[in-house]
Ligand binder design. Structure first.
Ligand SMILES: Nc1ncnc2c1ncn2[C@@H]1O[C@H](COP(=O)(O)OP(=O)(O)O)[C@@H](O)[C@H]1O
Ligand SMILES: [Mg+2]
Length: 232
């Protein structure tokens, strides 16, 4: 691994969807390099391809043209087992609607990905408590999602994403359901985690108020990456 090398890069990545005989070009020949430890925003109006781009980078979906490299290694679509293993071990996800399991406590929601990875009970417990503390929820692990505010729920979701110590966190409109002040705190938290741990965050948002918290913003327009600008 070379520290100067991007964590993830896309070269000429395209993606189309076919719907009722029509082909929709969601992404058109996108080139992108994500640095280690950066928090990059993906902006653009609704329908511009933000979620499609995040799904490709999160290995949830495959480009139908172009190439994706993770840690400098090509990750072609046909290497299904490698893609799945990397997605489970190295990538965390945060969604607009939080996607917590309602019958499970915050602690158990955060614990679940570690359980799936086969981590021992003792280590899981220690890592979950540490993740709760890092997102500012120490002592609230026993609460179920409906006993928490929207901002607290999103903190649980972030704790769940980082507890496996991922290389990359993909967050699709993570603040869309939050008020401006809470949203700003959530992006500030992600930035602190990115800079402290060297984790890369790729965050889709169409909220301009989030941009000052990010290192860089990428602008998508109708599936085309129109440019990138630095916030600082
Ligand atoms: N599963 C799908 N099937 C068909 N079309 C889709 C699908 N997902 C997205 N699209 C289309 O692709 C384009 C980009 O969508 P999306 O990536 O969701 O944009 P954004 O997240 O910026 O709103 C839109 O025209 C959308 O309608
Ligand atoms: Mg979207």
């Amino acid at each position: 691994m070379n520290a100067g090398e991007p964590l993830l890069s896309l070269h000429g990545a395209s993606k189309s969807y076919t719907l009722g005989g029509n082909t929709i070009r969601a992404l058109h020949s996108v080139d992108l390099a994500l640095a280690r430890g950066e928090i990059a925003a993906v902006t653009g109006p609704s329908g511009s391809g933000k979620s499609t781009l995040l799904n490709l980078c999160g290995l949830l979906d495959k480009p139908d043209g172009g190439e994706l490299l993770f840690d400098g290694e090509p990750l072609p679509a046909e290497h299904e087992a490698r893609r799945t293993r990397l997605r489970r071990q190295a990538i965390g996800f945060v969604f607009q609607g939080f996607n917590l399991v309602p019958v499970m406590t915050a602690h158990d929601n955060i614990d679940y990905p570690l359980y799936l990875l086969g981590v021992s009970a003792a280590e899981r417990r220690q890592r979950v408590l540490q993740a709760l503390e890092r997102v500012g929820l120490a002592g609230l692990g026993g609460h179920k999602p409906d006993q928490l505010s929207g901002g607290q729920r999103q903190r649980v979701a972030i704790a769940r994403a980082i507890v496996k110590r991922p290389r990359l966190v993909i967050a699709d409109e993570p603040t869309a359901n939050l008020d401006a002040q809470t949203a700003s705190q959530i992006v500030g938290l992600m930035r602190a985690l990115a800079h402290h741990d060297g984790t890369t965050f790729l965050v889709a948002t169409h909220d301009d108020r989030m941009l000052p918290h990010c290192d860089r913003a990428l602008l998508l327009d109708d599936g085309v990456l129109k440019g990138t600008f630095h916030a600082h």
